[in-house]
Design a protein around this ligand. Structure first.
Ligand SMILES: *Cc1c(COP(=O)(O)O)cnc(C)c1O
Length: 409
């Protein structure tokens, strides 16, 4: 055993950064109460002059997504202290995750986007390593080269699919879909959050895929909660499903899940680190993200969702009640049933009567103290969500909105 004095001496030589790594903080502060002063953890945001803010906007990549919970951070810290074989960890964690989400197999990827690339890559090549090396060049390889998707489901993230070398074929009706299917068709891809903008719904999409022997995939990146969505589409029969780990699940922002058929996941892993000579070598997740994602998923599934929801509702009601009494201000709370499923408060006004536009209010909130990000709502509105707020921040957001809105009404 180390004597206390030696221990303290040793601790004081630990690099300052260790104070940031979650687990070290309580220990240091416990010592600080009794022993000599331990240097405070570095405030790197301050040191670098990087603005931090209250996030009343939502789970947005450019705002760094979500905040991991202590258990996830402790897991990351724990994982960082040992070596293990990357494949063995993916095997074992994958088995556990697959059980939780009702899929045959699963793997932690570097986000939903890479899950789409890797899932499709696996379908194109199977376990054939020569084909794995050929991607993204599909011509004269015998590999398929087309992905069918509904026009209403065509979003920027479909680039994840064209990264494999495939091209997208857009269809609108069942008739067009049946006509588009040919010997080059590798996959039929579906986008859940815009399912209301397509004519073909999930079950029919899967059924048509099955009828023609074409695998089907679905992007549900931002579509949990509800937690059931984690297994609903695996149960429905999609060949693979991708979800983001760092949105509402509050796992590592650089992680996500690829879930699906055994042979697809096994083939997708041929495109993943530790293997190189493939299109996925840059989509690395290490033990910290893999275990952090696993723990975040477990926590997300086991949490008291009703309580969480009531908390969001309470915060949104508080903000709504604070601003709606301001003359000229209208409020409305909606919940998108398909994705980003959380109470969302739209605060709007008559732009012709004030000079204030949505972007001006956003800027004023951003420049205020503390800095607050609210969501854009067009020319005459902003949108506010509570799911990324820390306890007590709802009152701050409400007061600042009132202050700014009262100036112009
Ligand atoms: C966020 C998002 C993605 C990308 O997910 P990452 O986990 O950041 O890779 C893909 N599709 C949709 C619909 C999304 O909202």
């Amino acid at each position: 055993m180390l004597s206390r004095r030696k221990l303290i001496k040793r601790l004081s030589t630990v690099p300052l950064l260790s104070g940031l790594a979650g687990g070290a903080i309580p220990f240091q502060s416990a010592l600080a109460a009794t022993g000599p002063k331990v240097p405070a953890p570095r405030d790197l945001f301050k040191e670098l002059g990087v603005r931090t803010f209250i996030n009343a906007a939502g789970t947005l990549t450019y705002m760094t997504g979500s905040l991991m919970q202590d258990e996830v951070l402790e897991t990351i810290n724990y994982a960082s202290k040992e070596f293990c074989m990357l494949d063995e960890l993916q095997d074992k964690v994958g088995e556990k995750i697959a059980k939780l989400v009702h899929s045959e197999a699963a793997v932690v990827t570097s986000g939903a986007f890479s899950g789409m690339t890797l899932g499709l890559a696996g379908i194109l090549t199977g376990m054939d390593l020569k084909k794995v090396e050929q991607l993204p060049h599909l011509e004269y390889t015998g590999m398929k080269s087309e992905v069918i998707c509904q026009k209403g489901h065509d979003i920027v993230y479909n680039h994840a699919l064209t990264n494999t070398g495939c091209k997208m074929i857009m269809v609108e009706t069942v008739e067009e879909l049946e006509k588009a299917i040919n010997e080059r068709t590798a996959l039929m891809h579906f986008l859940h959050i815009q399912s209301d903008q397509g004519k073909i719904m999930h079950e029919e999409w899967v059924a048509i895929g099955k009828k023609h022997g074409i695998p089907t995939s679905i992007d549900i990146a931002a579509d949990v909660p509800p937690v059931e969505n984690l297994w609903k589409f695996n149960d429905m029969g999609f060949s693979f499903v991708v979800v983001s780990g760092g949105k509402a699940m509050r796992g590592p922002q650089s992680a996500g899940l690829l879930m699906g058929k055994k042979e697809i996941i096994a083939a997708a892993r041929q495109h993943m680190p530790p293997r190189g000579f493939n299109i996925g070598r840059g989509m690395k997740v290490n033990k910290e993200e893999i275990l952090g994602m696993y723990v975040a998923l477990e926590k997300f599934i086991n949490q008291d969702y009703d309580k969480l929801w009531r908390g969001w509702e309470t915060s949104i009601a508080l903000i709504e009640n604070t601003v709606k009494s301001i003359p000229g201000i209208s409020t409305k709370v909606t919940v998108n049933p398909l994705g980003n499923h959380t109470p969302t408060l739209k605060i709007s006004w008559d732009v012709s009567k004030t000079k204030l536009e949505g972007k001006d209010l956003m800027e004023a909130m951003r420049k205020g103290n503390p800095s607050i990000e609210v969501g854009g709502g067009g020319k005459d509105a902003v949108n506010v969500t509570a799911w990324m707020l820390k306890p007590g921040q709802d009152k701050i957001v409400a007061a600042r909105l009132k202050e700014e809105l009262s100036k112009v009404s």
